[in-house]
Design a protein. Sequence first.
Length: 262
Amino acid sequence: MIRESLAKREAAVQNGFRLRGLNDVSRIEALSDGVFAFAITLLVVSLEVPRTFDQLLVMMRGFFAFAVTFAMLFHVWFVQYKFFRRYGLADNFVVWMTALLLFVVLFYVYPLKFVWTLMVNVVLGYGRMVEVGGQVVPVVRAQQMPTLLAVYGAGFAAVFAIFALLYRHAYRKRAALELNELETFDTRSYMQENALMAGVGLLSVGLALTNNQLSSLLAGLCYWLIGPVQYLHGSRRGKIRKRLEQRLAREEAAPLHFPADF
């Protein structure tokens, strides 16, 4: 399996973080792999081989949208993979949060594909019309856009809120996991990183539901905040982490002082 082969290549320590989940793949992880594979299968434009070149061209229009949605699903899978490798947790909370994550992913896959197919078609000049039952109708009407973006934002926020809760759970179990000071700091950083991603999704939902003329535009544009927000957060936490590493290195290198009569 993918997880097993990746785990064998990793060292016991990665970027100063001891990996606790390298021994075996739990059943909940194996289930996750199957669900993600099924979700990616649902993204396929058509399961039928095109019979004409025109049909092939129509199918190929979905390539870019498929590539984007595939990358997003793979990112979600990889975030989950890293969590299990870092902590090796498989208690009841992790199991139920993973079940909720898989539920959201399966529900989210069609809105994800729909939104990105619409965006790619507009950018490439294919328009916003589609033939349904012999009639040409708009893919989405203007009054439906806020609802579409709210659904998309809710799914986006839910995925990363679940990851934030998983990292919060790991942080609360830091004593049982024997996290050192650097690992505890990183766990808080991961929790904040995913919470910020969820916050962007919630902001988009809030903007989409305001029902003003700019609501749909602003709800879509707010995802451009992800880059600056994560950059600022990563830069700030990275500087603090570097100072922490330097302090720990000095403490480790400091000679031990014993009493004179020892």
